[in-house]
Each structure stands twice: as C-alpha cells, then as structure tokens.
Design a binder for this molecule. Structure first.
Ligand code: GDP
Length: 487
C-alpha cells in the first residue's frame, strides 16, 4: 500500500458505512473500493433506511433492466404507443437525458436517480456526452446505461416543443390528475405510452406542476418517463408531499443528500482513476493539508486581476493559506511537516501561475511551505470531447479529495466536488461589478448541498410561495439568491 493512504480499519469504511455493496469485481472498477482510502474526511454516515432502499433499488434494476424479459416487454409496449394495461406494469422506467457541462450532467443523473428510487422506476442514463465513458456501473450485475436502439429515436432533442411534454399534456388536458386510480381500465386507455418531463431552466408553470402531488399520482401510471434537467432538482422533490415520509427516513440529515447519492453513484472508471491517483500521489499526498481552489472562468474572458485578488484575500483572510512577507527576511527553516498543497482547477492557467509565483518569490509569514498545482488548463469548455471530459471528471474528483475547498459561486462543477468531499466550501461570490473585488471576498456556504438554480416559483395551487419561509430545511442559496438548497 502507498504510505500516504489513510489507514482505515474494517471494511465498513471502504464501503462508506454500507452505502456500497461488497463483492463486486475490483479489477473492472478500482475506484469503487479504493476511494475511501484517499479521503481524510470519512464523511457522513448513511441511514440504515437509505441503505435498505439502495439494496432494494439495485434488485429492481436487475429484475427490470436491459437484457431482461421485462425490459423487452416494456420496449414493445413503448413501440405500440399505448400505455400498459392496468394494473400498472411492475417495471417502469426513467430515462435521464445527459447534456450541458459535466457538473450539470452529474447533478441531473443524481436527481433522476433519487426520483427513480422514490417512484420505483428503473433509471437509465442517456449515454451521450461521454456519460458512458467516465464512470463505473453503480448497480451490481446490470447496466444503468440506456442501450442503443431505444425506440424514441429523437429523445435527446426533446424540448419545450415536444408534444408529449408533461406540461403540454397538462395544458391540453391529455393528462388529467383524475386519470389516477379511480376508473382504472378507462384511465389506462387515456394514458400515453410515455411522457417527457421537462425540468430544464426553461420549464413552464405547467411543467413545474411536476412538483405537486396530483402530478405524481398521474405520472405513476405512465410506464416510460424521459426527463431533462440541467439542475439539481432534489430540493424540489422535498416539496412533494407524497415523498416527504420516505425522504425523511432516507435522509435524516438533509444537508447530506447529494453527498450520499454522489458517493454511491459516481465512481471514476479505471482510466480516470489513473489520472486521479497518479496526480494525487505526485503532488498532493505528502502535504499536511490540501486546499482546493476552483476558479470557474469562461473561454473568451480576459484574465482578471480582481478575481486573483479575490482568491488571495479570501484564502488569507479565512486563514486557509498563509500571507507572504514583502521584503526578503530571514525565516526559520521551512518544515515539511507544515506544508500545504494547493490544487487549482481552472480552464485558464494565469491564476495558478500568479499564485505559484507569489509563493516562490516570497516567504510565507508563517514559515509554511506552500506548493501550487494545476492539472490542466483546457482554455475552452468542450463538453462531449472525451479526453476533455476525462480531465474535467478527474479534476472534480481531485478537488473532492482536498481538505478545504474554495469554489466559484453558481458552478455545478464545484457543487459536485464539495458534495463528494463532504465539506462546506468557502464560496467566492460573483461581484456585481467585475472591476471590483467583492467585500467580503468569500463566505462559508450554509451546507455542502448543491443549489437548485431554477426552482418552481409557485406552490401547487399556482400561487406565489417561498418554501424557504415555511420549510425549515430549505433556504435560498448564497450564490444564487433565487435558487433553493437543502441545509
Ligand atoms: P458549470 O458550468 O460551472 O456549472 O460546470 P459544468 O461542469 O456543468 O460545465 C463546465 C465545463 O467546462 C466542465 O464540465 C468542463 O468541461 C469545463 N471546465 C470548467 N472548469 C474546468 C476546470 O477547472 N477544469 C477542467 N478540466 N474543465 C473545466
């Protein structure tokens, strides 16, 4: 074993307190059972109820997933264009569309997974945009990837214009809340073979009735759902009355939902795990403390001295990194035991170069040794380009192995890292005016949960409501004030 790895006792830790099942093939997925050794922060413990739900869900994925007779039958039903005969089919499916940047895709998949667990649906991930090239299979002895040949050939282009959009069918009264349990055969005849659930940033008021109880009693009877979201809709699921008891039992700690879902679902595949572990071993392992700094910048935007100032003043004011001495002064010999390694991730290299230069050219006020590292600088976002996505995933994962995190507000890339890490980040808020350094330069997030950027703006009676006012565990996000997050 490598000497820097955390010494861990018992195999419960390797399995994250029972979140993961033991006994899967280790060769095909090294990260699954090794990742815990790289984490200094063991993280939160999953509840026994969550663990039992996961085991039951794994069984459902195996019983109904690709390759089973039930799956072939369900595909035939979908091709027929009619809903399954009543009673509702035992095997129901949720296809989650993968689009946008990697952080968005991961949050969409995690959201879809939780919805699938709550509604006893098999989750099938759209393999496009490299979603089939980054992760190990999370469910034992089956696949979570939608196989080729799916009959809804254009599903990746489903949008607000799709006729089978749930919100559209509500508006046109094709789907009615009373098509639920009552007159079962007649109701089944009225139900479509599938519905497209559009929970994207441009979702309409009707689409957002998804978060109401009536919607769920109709959707329950539709065998196939296709879902698109570019956000973390989980706080919205906590607003659905029908899900509340289950969610309470699964997540007694509501600020750790993505933390558990993320550690359960997203294991880097062997290629990405090689990128992670080689980098970690070479640059981060030996330090006493690792500080991750996520600098989210956009392609064409010039390097910003104000953002650099925001980073240095945030890290120094919060005591995350030492300040430097102005003049050349004799200092006590540096001790390796007091070293910090900084992992910078960014599309640009300028911020890293400046920080590295600062700690090279000046001694630190504390005598600590600070090394600064950045794995890549891709310059432009190229989601869907394989090696680019490999690097992005490796960097998100490396950030999640640091002890302290500084992130850029509103970035799903940072959200994924903080959730996997199990740490509340210091968030660098977006300044109102780009030519000024915000004051304060950063603030501690209220929880490690991702922010739901575009939550429904109404309650289920179509009146304005602000859940942060009456749900104690939901607050507005510090980095996106219109968003909602679990705390
Ligand atoms: P968001 O746009 O900040 O919410 O994060 P996303 O992950 O959804 O989209 C940004 C995409 O840009 C990433 O998935 C990467 O493809 C790329 N990207 C942004 N920042 C970085 C970075 O620090 N490192 C790498 N390798 N890629 C980045």
């Amino acid at each position: 074993d490598l000497p820097f790895l955390q010494s861990r006792k018992g195999h419960l830790d390797r399995l994250y307190g029972g979140l993961l099942v033991d006994g899967l093939d280790e060769e095909s997925c090294h990260s699954r059972y090794q990742s815990a050794m790289y984490r200094r922060n063991p993280g939160r413990r999953p509840s026994p109820y969550l663990i039992s739900k996961l085991r039951r869900h794994e069984a459902l994925q195996r019983r109904c997933g690709p390759g089973t007779a039930a799956y072939s039958d369900a595909l035939e039903q979908l091709k027929s264009g009619r809903s399954a005969a009543s009673p509702p089919a035992e095997c129901k499916y949720l296809v989650s569309i993968s689009y946008q940047g990697l952080g968005n895709r991961i949050l969409a998949a995690a959201s879809a997974f939780l919805y699938a667990v709550l509604t006893n649906r098999v989750l099938l991930i759209d393999p496009s945009n490299d979603m089939d090239a980054l992760f190990c299979e999370p469910f034992p002895n089956t696949t979570w990837l939608l196989p080729p040949g799916f009959p809804l050939t254009g599903y990746t282009n489903f949008s607000v214009d799709t006729a089978e959009r749930y919100g559209n069918m509500v508006r046109n009264k094709v789907l009615r809340a009373d098509a639920g349990d009552g007159d079962v055969p007649a109701a089944a005849a009225r139900l479509p073979a599938f519905a497209y659930v559009h929970l994207n940033h441009d979702a309409t008021v009707e689409d957002n009735t998804f978060f109401c109880g009536d919607a769920q009693s109709v959707l329950r009877r539709v065998q196939w759902l296709v879902m698109r979201t570019d956000s973390y809709i989980v706080p919205g699921l906590f607003l659905v009355p029908a899900f509340q008891d289950e969610l309470d039992a699964m997540f007694p700690e509501r600020d750790a939902v993505f933390h558990h879902l993320g550690r359960y679902l997203f294991h880097p595949n062997n290629h990405v795990w090689g990128l992670v572990t080689r980098y970690y071993g070479t640059y981060l392992a030996a330090a006493r403390q690792r500080v991750g700094i996520q600098v989210r910048v956009f392609g064409g935007v010039p390097d910003s001295p104000e953002l650099l100032e925001q980073i240095t003043s945030c890290t120094q004011r919060e005591g995350l990194l030492p300040g430097v001495l102005a003049a050349v002064e004799p200092i006590s010999p540096a001790s390796r035991a007091r070293s910090k390694a900084v992992l910078v991730t960014s599309l640009k290299s300028w911020y890293y170069e400046k920080m590295k230069g600062m700690y090279w050219e000046h001694a630190t006020a504390t005598g600590e040794v600070v090394s600064v590292h950045q794995p890549s600088h891709e310059e432009y976002q190229q989601s869907g380009a394989r090696s680019h996505d490999h690097r992005a995933w490796a960097e998100i994962y490396l950030l999640s192995l640091t002890d302290v995190l500084v992130t850029t507000g509103r970035s799903t890339f940072g959200y994924v890292a903080q959730g996997l890490a199990g740490v509340k980040p210091w968030v660098m808020y977006k300044p109102d005016n780009d030519s000024a350094v915000p004051e304060p330069p950063c603030g501690r997030d209220v929880s490690m949960e991702p922010c739901f950027h575009m939550p429904p703006g109404h309650d289920c009676r179509m009146q304005w409501a602000d859940p942060s006012k009456d749900v104690p565990y939901i607050q507005h996000c510090g980095d996106a004030i219109w968003g909602l997050k679990l705390v």
